[in-house]
Write a protein that binds this ligand. Structure first.
Ligand code: CAA
Length: 288
C-alpha cells in the first residue's frame, strides 16, 4: 500500500517526535491536537530538535525549514486525518483516553487507512475493539527521544492483517528506524524488561543503598548504557513509568511490576521528570 500522507494525533513529547521523523522522511504530514497551544508547543519542540541537528551540521537550515513547512497542524480531527493514508495516535497513555480517539478516527478516516497506536503497554486488541477495522489497527511503539532512538516495536494483535503489519514495517524502515514485530502481550518486549529495571533502581534509591548519581553511575559504567535508569525515568516521565508498571501488573498479576512506593510518591508530588521541570534529580540529586 502506498503511503503519501501520515497524520499524527497528539503533539506531546512522543507525538511531536513522531511528527518530526515522519516529515523528515518526506511524507505529507499532519499533526492534530485538541488545542492550538499544544500544537504550537509541539512545533516549537520540533524546531528545537531540528536546530540541534542543524548546529551539528547533519542537515542544513534550508532542509530543516522544508521539514517544518511539510507539517500542517489541526485542532479538527477530520481535517487532519480525513484524507491520511496512515494515522499514528500518540495521545495520553490511558486506555480510556486512547479508545475514544481510535473510535473517532475510525469514523473520520478513509476505509483503507491504517490506524496505529503508539502505546507502550495497552493491548492493541483492546484499542482495536473501539473500531470497526481491527484488521487495520496496529501498535507502533516508538522510543524517546524519537528522532534518535532506532527501535520501533510493531505490535501484532490477533486480528490485524499481514498486509497492515507489512505496511507498518515498511513505513518504520522509511523513517530510518529498525522495526521489530512483537506479539500483543503486556509491556511488549522493551518495557517488560526496562520497567522492571527502572522500578528496581527506584527501590534501590528508596532503600538508601547509594545516591541517585551513584546508582546511575553503576548503570552507565557496569553496562555501558548511555544513561542511568533514574535519569531515564526523568526522561520518560515518572507517571509513564508508574502507569506502565501498573498496567503490566494489572494484566498479569506479576508482583514484581508493582510500582515502587517512591515512584508513586514522586508522581503524587508532581515530580514527573524533565517535562515537569522537576524529577528524581531535583529531589535526590546533588544540591546546587
Ligand atoms: N532531536 C534530535 N537529535 C537529538 C535529540 C533530539 N531531541 N536528542 C539528542 N539528539 C542527538 C544529538 O544531536 C546527538 O547526535 P550526534 O550523535 O550526531 O552527535 C546524539 O543524539 C546524542 O545526544 P547528546 O550528545 O546531546 O547527548 P547524549 O550523548 O547524552 O545522548 C540520549 C542523549 C540520546 C538521550 C542518550 O542519553 C540515550 O540514548 N539515552 C537512552 C534513552 C532511552 O533509554 N530511551 C528509551 C526510553 S524508554 C521509552 O521511550 C519507551 C517507553 O515506552 C517509556
Amino acid at each position: 500500500m502506498e503511503i503519501k500522507k501520515v497524520c499524527v494525533i497528539g503533539a506531546g513529547t512522543m507525538g511531536n517526535g513522531i511528527t518530526q521523523v515522519v516529515a523528515q522522511a518526506g511524507y505529507d504530514t499532519a499533526m492534530v491536537d485538541i488545542k492550538q497551544e499544544f500544537l504550537d508547543r509541539g512545533m516549537n519542540a520540533i524546531k528545537g530538535s531540528l536546530a540541534r541537528v542543524v548546529k551539528k551540521g547533519t542537515i542544513t537550515q534550508a532542509d530543516a525549514d522544508k521539514v517544518v513547512a511539510r507539517i500542517k497542524t489541526y485542532t479538527d480531527m477530520k481535517a487532519g486525518a480525513g484524507d491520511a493514508d496512515y494515522v499514528i495516535e500518540a495521545v495520553f497513555e490511558k486506555a480510556e483516553v486512547k479508545q475514544p480517539v481510535l473510535k473517532q478516527l475510525d469514523e473520520v478516516c478513509l476505509e483503507r487507512t491504517i490506524i496505529a497506536s503508539n502505546t507502550s503497554s495497552i493491548p492493541i486488541s483492546l484499542l482495536s475493539s473501539a473500531t470497526k477495522r481491527p484488521q487495520k489497527v496496529v501498535g507502533l511503539h516508538f522510543f524517546n527521544p524519537v528522532p534518535v532512538m532506532k527501535l520501533i516495536e510493531v505490535v501484532k494483535s490477533l486480528t490485524v492483517s499481514e498486509e497492515t503489519i507489512a505496511t507498518s514495517v515498511a513505513l518504520g524502515k522509511s523513517l530510518g528506524k529498525e522495526p521489530v514485530v512483537v506479539k500483543d502481550s503486556p509491556g511488549f518486549i522493551a518495557n517488560r524488561i526496562a520497567n522492571l529495571a527502572a522500578n528496581e533502581a527506584l527501590k534501590v534509591l528508596e532503600e538508601g543503598l547509594a545516591s541517585a548519581e551513584d546508582i546511575d553511575k553503576v548503570c552507565r559504567l557496569a553496562f555501558n548504557w548511555p544513561m542511568g535508569l533514574l535519569q531515564m525515568t526523568d526522561l520518560v516521565g515518572a507517571d509513564v513509568v508508574m502507569d506502565l508498571g501498573e498496567s503490566i501488573y494489572k494484566e498479569t498479576g506479576w508482583e514484581r511490576y508493582k510500582p515502587a512506593p517512591l515512584l508513586k510518591r514522586m508522581v503524587e508530588s508532581g515530580y514527573l521528570g524533565n517535562k515537569a521541570g522537576k524529577g528524581i534529580y531535583t529531589m535526590f540529586g546533588p544540591k546546587q
